[in-house]
Design a protein around this ligand. Structure first.
Ligand code: URA
Length: 434
């Protein structure tokens, strides 16, 4: 078999066999197939798609490109949640410690920024000392000792996805259903959690722009998960505007900690409670949505989730002082408030443009090897449905470079739509798929 023939077959719109997919994935994972051929292949998949059989084969090939963790000796039931990618999505930073504080172990393999979407690992790495690249042995030890671990892909867990993920980030091949489904599910299968809740985003700041695309992605991932014996549910959640108020790595860490202190933005709290509730229901510790929600809320209200957050961060080498002292986080040199150009009501905030602007400010990567600037970002003070007056601050912008600041300011102002009549904010949760 030759990689070039497999690329050409997909380019011509034909379905690949399991043997061809295995050959390509294993070859890429072992560095026998170079990045330029993998890029061409990813673009062919992006343009031509994959059927369900191919996507399942791709998922399993990537999961089996490394070790499949068996966590049954660590805990009878390990939980995981995963987002399909959004803007301002710091849900893991709240939901993981929340659920872990209720005695349910959370073991999660996470990603970095992808396209216009932020990455949990990049956010966590703004905390001084935090180690996101644990070895598999360290992953298991942290889970055993603290009941919570969030780490990047090790060389032995789904390494093919690790490589392909960073390649897709910089080759315009992110927003593709089979590539997203296989990327997420290969990691989930490899990391060994038995209970998985998928947070599938829909809207302008998501890779799936329509509800039908998001539902198709969710249903496929749930099916793949069930096929390998995992308990899986998906929450289809709105991403037409940034989630919460903060976008940008250290700014999102601050917002997550504020949320754990009970002072988070309303939409973000609601979203976290919805995802946490599904985890409790899937784990079988609560029987009804109401109970699951009450339990999740109380973990936020009584401070247990915050305490668990500090324990988690310290366990992975991070400075626990971040909980009380945000000044230890990187802070941008230029921080200015930007005001509304006219009176009216916020009718839209183009979340994709917000994400792209933060990437260009330095908060994400344009090339695989780029370092990110954890300090930059924006904090929104008005969201869809809010009234604004001309001259009133609608967001603050954090940058380290004046020229980039000016360009980001213009782009973010243009991302706001201000109308004459009040519109209702979009629903936070569109659907739950079990
Ligand atoms: N999250 C992932 O892990 N992979 C994707 O492709 C998109 C979101």
């Amino acid at each position: 078999m030759r990689a070039v023939d497999i690329i050409a077959k997909k380019r011509d719109g034909l379905a690949l066999t399991q043997a061809e997919i295995d050959f390509f994935v294993q070859g890429y994972a072992r560095d026998e197939i170079p990045d330029y051929q993998a890029s061409a292949w990813a673009m062919a998949v992006f343009l031509r798609g994959m059927n369900e059989i191919e996507t399942t084969a791709l998922t399993l090939a990537m999961a089996h490109s490394g070790t499949i963790l068996d966590l049954s000796s660590v805990a009878p039931l390990v939980l995981d949640k995963h987002s399909s990618g959004g803007v301002g999505d710091k849900t893991t930073l709240v939901v993981a410690p929340l659920v872990a504080s209720l005695g349910l172990p959370v073991g999660k393999m996470s990603g970095r920024g992808l396209g216009f979407s932020g990455g949990t690992l990049d956010k966590l790495e703004s905390i001084p000392g935090f180690r996101a690249n644990l070895s598999t042995a360290e992953f298991v030890t942290q889970l055993k000792n603290h009941g919570i671990v969030v780490s990047g892909q090790t060389h032995d867990l789904a390494p093919a996805d690790g490589k392909l993920y960073s390649l897709r980030d910089v080759t315009g091949t992110v927003a593709c259903l089979p590539l997203i489904a296989s990327s997420i599910m290969s990691k989930k299968i490899a990391a060994g959690a038995q209970v998985i809740v998928l947070d599938v985003k829909v809207g302008r700041g998501a890779f799936m722009k329509t509800e039908s695309e998001a539902v198709a992605l969710a249903e496929l991932m749930v099916k793949i998960g069930h096929g390998v014996g995992r308990r899986v549910a998906a929450v289809i959640s709105d991403m037409n505007q940034p989630l919460g108020n903060a976008v940008g790595n250290s700014l999102e860490v601050i917002e997550a900690i504020e949320t754990l202190k009970g002072r988070g933005p309303k939409d973000f709290i609601e979203h976290c409670l919805a995802v946490a509730s599904q985890l409790l229901l899937q784990a079988g510790t609560t029987k009804t949505e109401n109970d699951a929600r009450a339990k999740s809320s109380s973990a936020l209200d009584d401070g247990c989730a915050l305490t668990k957050f500090g324990e988690w961060i310290a366990g992975q080498g991070g400075n626990r002082r971040v909980v009380d002292d945000y000044t230890i986080l990187p802070r941008a040199k230029i921080v200015e408030e930007i005001s509304a150009p006219r009176d009216g009501f916020i009718a839209g905030i183009n979340a994709e443009e917000v994400g792209l602007t933060i990437v260009d400010l330095g908060g994400g990567r344009a090339k695989k090897e780029d370092a990110i600037d954890p300090a930059v970002g924006a904090v929104f003070k008005r969201k869809i449905g809010d009234q604004v007056k001309r001259g009133e601050a609608i967001f603050s912008l954090h940058a380290n470079d004046r020229a980039k600041f000016e360009s980001a300011k213009m782009r973010l102002l243009a991302a706001f739509e201000i109308g004459d009549t009040r519109i209702n904010p979009p629903p936070l949760i569109h659907r739950i798929i079990k």
